[in-house]
Design a protein around this ligand. Structure first.
Ligand SMILES: Cc1ncc(COP(=O)(O)O)c(C=O)c1O
Length: 422
């Protein structure tokens, strides 16, 4: 892994950009060109050989060719994205789902099996369960309480041991904040690897972001982000990213070229700008979430709070937290007494917190996972993963904690008295 002399927060304002190449502009200009002139035909040929990974091609990245392959704003962004995770290489995409789908398509082939953690973001679940089977790829879930031995036995019982190609983890999981042990996943991958196939571990680290967890340091081969969330942080764009070693990222970029799912110049520029404030936004959102979590935990209408900052010491979840997480993040979920009706009543009563899906923005957002982001997850898997009708997901933004608490208090006041513990 690459080490930078400066901390990521400091390097973010200058890394991978030389102002003297752009008339001294302090900020990288936006390059709105779809194609780039080659200095001569021989160089054009050499760059194409590199971009397509052809035999005999020179090492390293090609020069600028065409914006579906690379463009200046994408290159600056990708090098900056590597800083927080200490990754060798990164690929940026038009959305989180574009990063996830291109990575899975690049690494899997018909006959392969994916082991995935559940709960998992609804869109990823759809891709695993509805799209990949069309290409002959099966998948099997595992749950937070499963240990290595029980997962091994299930894989063997299902006849999947020779077919297991990839372990896909989302930790903390959307929407319940469940943690999955990354070093355990890496041990499982090793146990099922053979001389013919190396089982890869992919981690969707959208929820905590690199400020809260660095999966590559805990045995993951690749880390994935919906950069739509904390990395961009303003709910004004979609983006995705995949980070890891240069060889795997090269393979994924080749897939991206033909899917055409790279990030556009403007969104790459916008995301680079957002990365400059990533650390301060995270620090403030994490702090506010802690205050809001304390309030929710003590509220009689809250049956259960799902928050990484209040895990029971000595529990398996707390042990994973101490091993791989650097802070508790700013995502909360809580169960109310009652079901969907009570959850809807609460959501409909919020005023400052917006009723919308997505997360990680400057504004606080709340939603009902069972009927919104995770609507398509089959009931049996929802039950096993704890995606209940009384569960509300809350992304804590940059508002003042007292204002957020006042808004939540008002929404709780709209619930019938009978729907509280006392
Ligand atoms: C954990 C997680 N991963 C991936 C995605 C997909 O990202 P995008 O909406 O940017 O495609 C989401 C979206 O909510 C998510 O929450």
């Amino acid at each position: 892994m690459k080490k930078s002399y400066y901390s990521p927060a400091s390097a973010m304002m200058s890394h991978a950009y030389d102002a003297q190449t752009e008339k001294g502009a302090v900020k990288p200009p936006l390059h709105l060109s779809s194609t780039y002139c080659f200095p001569n035909a021989e160089t054009g040929k050499a760059w194409f050989e590199q971009a397509y990974g052809l035999e005999g091609a020179a090492e390293g990245s090609p020069g600028l060719i065409y914006s579906r392959l690379n463009h200046p704003n994408l290159e600056i962004l990708e090098q900056r994205l590597c800083l927080w995770d200490g990754a060798e290489a990164a690929a940026a995409f038009a959305s989180g789902m574009a990063a996830i789908s291109a990575s899975l398509l690049a690494l899997l082939k018909p006959g392969d099996v994916v082991l995935y953690s559940s709960p998992i973001y609804g869109g990823t679940h759809h891709f695993l369960k509805e799209i990949l089977p069309l290409w002959g790829v099966e998948s099997m879930p595992f749950y937070p309480e499963d240990d290595k031995d029980s997962i091994c036995h299930r894989l063997v019982d299902q006849g999947f041991s020779a077919k297991l190609a990839l372990i896909y983890i989302e930790s903390p999981a959307n929407p319940t904040n469940d943690l999955f042990d990354l070093s355990m996943a890496s041990e499982l991958a090793k146990a099922f690897s053979t001389t013919q196939k190396e089982v890869k571990v992919l981690v969707d680290n959208t929820y905590l972001g690199p400020y809260g967890c660095k999966p590559l340091q805990h045995g993951a081969d690749l880390v994935l982000y919906s950069a739509t969330k904390y990395l961009s942080g303003h709910s004004d764009m979609l983006a995705g990213a995949c980070l890891g070693n240069a060889q795997m990222i090269g393979k994924i970029k080749a897939m991206r070229t033909f899917l055409g799912s790279m990030l556009s110049p403007f969104n790459a520029w916008l995301l680079s700008r957002s990365l400059e404030t990533y650390e301060v936004r995270m620090q403030r959102q994490i702090q506010t979430a802690e205050t809001v979590a304390e309030y929710l935990e003590a509220h009689p209408a809250v049956k259960k709070l799902h928050y990484l900052g209040n895990l029971e010491e000595g529990s398996q979840q707390a042990a994973i937290f101490h091993k791989q997480c650097e802070n508790a993040g700013a995502m909360l979920a809580f169960e109310l007494y009652g079901g969907e009706a009570e959850a809807f009543r609460f959501l409909n009563s919020l005023k400052l917190v917006k009723l919308a899906v997505s997360l990680g923005g400057t504004e606080s957002l709340a939603e009902h996972p069972a009927s919104m982001t995770h609507i398509e997850v089959p009931q049996s898997e929802k039950d096993a993963a704890g995606i209940t009708d009384n569960l509300i997901r809350l992304s804590v933004g940059l508002e003042h904690p007292e204002d957020l608490i006042r808004d939540l208090e008002n929404a709780f006041a709209h619930l019938p008295i009978s729907t509280s513990a006392n």
